[in-house]
Design a binder for this molecule. Structure first.
Ligand code: PLP
Length: 329
């Protein structure tokens, strides 16, 4: 089965030599201190962040849960649909999550979002940009309205930039109440190592790390991550492979864009919806391509495809054409 339902990298980033280097220098008999600082410095340098504004945890998943525990006591709000774990983690601690539903075309009306914030006064709003599952991006203006509305109710905005490397340049909204979440699980090809970053004002980091274990990440994961960011040229090549894969995925799905709705994507996956979308997803499943389909009502006619190895596109294209020919008959 070719996995197209996880939004991860189809290939691994490090050479055997890089892995060996990282393992060899890992003092796993000691607690990981310097390893954390080294990685944070490399990551901050790569993106031009201040290292004092960065903390690490086991994937952005752990940050989402931490944000909910430390900042979400007076209610958590999100969009529906958005990343499924926002709801799952919220309901571990609170009776329910507040949602603002998408329009039928999976866009969001930020006037409705602002009205909902004023009505419910949540202490945390979680949103992914670019968005999961639609792959779309929100405007700076809408995000700024969201951050400001949350500030007015003394709340925080968790801005989940899991897929930001696939995005177009955008001016991030400004505000002391914003926590950016990042991950090495997607374009950096390290989902199994569980490395996630939170980037925020120092005072906010102090609040969300109050519940930290003393050593949030293990030294081997940190050293492997540092190895990745130590060779910027190799890293760029690795990322380019995935950008190429994304372009091929677009071309593959373009072949059926007259039969279903396909969202313009700024991520490593593409979102399709409509009756034909589900029909094609089921057909491709029989051909060995596992897309993401959903059991929640709002996504019942949607299917999402993430990038695969370049050499797998020929078979995907053939399967899509085969589906098309029998569907339009
Ligand atoms: C929007 C979004 N946020 C967070 C995550 C979780 O990422 P991590 O592997 O860093 O926990 C995902 C994973 O699919 C995601 O789509």
């Amino acid at each position: 089965m070719i996995i197209m339902n996880r939004n991860t990298s189809p290939i691994k980033p490090l050479t055997d030599e890089q892995i060996f280097n990282a393992v060899k220098k890992t003092n796993y008999n000691q607690y990981p201190d310097q390893e954390r600082i080294n990685f944070i410095n490399l990551y901050a340098d790569y993106f031009g962040f201040n290292p004092d504004n960065i903390e690490v945890a086991n994937g952005s998943d752990e940050w989402i849960q931490k944000l909910i525990i430390t900042l979400g006591k007076n209610g958590v709000m999100s969009l529906n649909p958005d990343f499924v774990m926002y709801q799952i983690y919220t309901e571990q601690f609170l009776p329910e999550i507040y949602f603002v539903n998408a329009e039928p075309d999976f866009t969001f009306d930020f006037d409705k979002v602002i009205v909902a914030i004023k009505a419910k006064k949540p202490s945390l709003f979680l949103i992914s940009n670019p968005q999961n599952p639609t792959g779309t991006m929100f405007s700076t203006q809408d995000l700024q309205r969201l951050a400001d509305a949350m500030a007015e109710v003394d709340g925080y905005l968790g801005l989940d930039e899991c897929y930001i490397d696939f995005a177009k340049d955008y001016e991030r909204p400004k505000g002391k109440n914003i926590i950016i979440l990042r991950t090495l699980s997607k374009v950096y090809g390290m989902a199994g190592l569980r490395v996630g970053m939170a980037i925020a004002e120092k005072e906010t980091l102090d609040i969300i790390t109050q519940i930290n274990h003393p050593y949030p990440l293990n030294s081997l994961a940190l050293n492997l991550a540092s190895e990745l960011f130590s060779d910027k040229k190799a890293l760029q090549k690795f990322k380019n492979y995935q950008f190429e894969s994304k372009a091929r995925l677009e071309t593959a799905l373009d072949q059926v864009s007259d039969l279903m709705e396909i969202k313009e994507s700024y991520t490593n996956y593409i979102f399709t919806y409509g009756d034909a979308a589900i029909d094609m997803a089921n057909f491709l499943l029989d051909k060995g391509f596992l897309s993401r389909i959903y059991d929640v009502p709002i996504l019942q006619n949607a299917a999402r495809y993430s990038i695969i190895k370049l050499e797998e596109y020929q078979a995907l294209n053939e399967a899509i054409i085969e589906w098309r020919n029998q569907y339009v008959e």
